[in-house]
Design a protein around this ligand. Structure first.
Ligand SMILES: *Cc1c(COP(=O)(O)O)cnc(C)c1O
Length: 365
């Protein structure tokens, strides 16, 4: 059994995949080129946003988005205490200071109440993360940002085509960022990313900044962050299948929910009312997580922990001197979360086997 089965996905796309890649080799359009332009146009349309600017990866997208909004030394930028390090890492890269906010007890996403408590006169903006594929509380967070004059970036790396009250994520903030890392819901065959926005001024800055500050005249110093033609060709092909794959993820998550229904010792992931959760990951909460994880590994079932600590407690953030209980919800979650195998090609039998093995573990204990 596989945790994520990219081979099954790619087998399904043959021989179109080989054709698409061969075409790029034939054209020698390796960096940008027609496939990249096509992808930017189609992705913007699919998300329902005016501009999509491709770049090298999802982490670059976060850095570029913050530079577009002017983050720099002396500023504070807020981000959740439970997520992948890309948000806080890029806040630091701009010269700003990352300020961590605890997550909501039910949903793993940024807690609006703790957000209000962490705002200071130096706060410039907020980066929300739609973690595991579930949108954060965009109504409350957008209202807080508007009332306080803060900019808002959405990290959509795990949430392609997730929806909050019928609106696609990436369209609530000043800017949205995406990763197309191979294992993401929409994945390339290498690194790739994008920034999306409805604002013409930000689109212009992002385009220029990601490409050395412009061609002909370098109006500013930028960085070099581009999408490869081959990645765009793969993504264009996958875009025609993404709806079906997303529905398959949702169906697989519902199947797990049903299989776990009679088990009190397993907390299944909750879906915020009014949201389309796209299940990049299916994350359960259980006590004595490490023992169960080891038992599943012994029985050939791969699982993951996303992530092993609340972000402020990794060594990189020792200098912030956070104390235990500064982030009670995410600290507790970090000890109890377990990501189960889930991808569009997982079978009912495989899911039943995962749940039966977990039942076997509890029956034994
Ligand atoms: C994957 C991921 C990123 C970074 O994307 P890369 O393309 O790997 O740089 C950022 N944020 C979150 C939440 C992610 O899951």
């Amino acid at each position: 059994m596989k945790f994520v089965d990219l081979k099954a996905q790619h087998d399904e796309l043959q021989p179109e995949l080989n054709l698409a890649i061969s075409r790029v080799i034939e054209d020698s359009s390796f960096i940008r080129g027609p496939d990249v332009v096509e992808f930017e146009t189609r992705f913007a349309k699919a998300i329902g946003v005016k501009h999509c600017i491709s770049c090298g990866n999802g982490t670059d997208a976060l850095y570029i988005a913050q530079k577009a909004l002017g983050a720099g030394p002396g500023d504070e930028v807020i981000t959740p205490s439970h997520t992948w390090i890309s948000t806080s890492e890029t806040i630091t890269q701009t010269g700003a200071t990352p300020i961590f906010v605890d997550t909501e007890p039910r949903y793993f996403t940024l807690c609006p109440n703790d957000l209000v408590r962490k705002i200071t006169p130096r706060t410039k903006g907020v980066i929300v993360v739609h973690l595991y594929g579930l949108p954060a509380n965009m109504t409350e967070i957008r209202n807080i940002c508007d009332a306080q004059g803060l900019w808002l970036i959405e990290d959509c790396a795990q949430a392609h085509f997730a929806e909050f009250e019928g609106q696609t994520v990436g369209t609530f903030g000043d800017l949205g960022t995406f990763s197309f890392y191979p294992g993401k819901n929409l994945g390339a065959m290498g690194d790739a990313g994008a920034v999306v926005t409805n604002r013409d001024d930000l689109s212009e800055f992002v385009t220029s900044f990601a490409r050395h500050g412009g061609k002909g005249n370098h109006t500013i110093e930028g960085i070099c962050s581009r999408m490869d033609g081959i990645q765009a060709a793969v993504l264009n092909l996958k875009l025609t299948h993404i709806d079906r794959w997303t529905e398959a993820r949702i169906a697989a998550a519902e199947r797990y929910d049903l299989l776990f229904e009679d088990m009190d010792n397993v907390e299944t992931p909750e879906v915020r009312p009014g949201c389309r959760h796209v299940f990049h990951l299916y994350v359960i909460r259980i006590d004595h997580r490490d023992a169960l994880k080891a038992y599943l590994a012994e029985h050939g079932i791969p699982t993951g922990i996303h992530y092993t600590r609340a972000l402020p407690f990794y060594d990189a953030y020792k200098y912030l001197k956070h104390q235990p209980n500064d982030f009670p919800v995410s600290e507790k979650d970090a000890m109890r979360i377990l990501s189960l195998p889930l991808h569009p090609h997982i079978t009912e039998d495989e899911q039943a086997h995962v749940v039966d093995t977990i039942k076997g573990y509890f029956a034994r204990a």
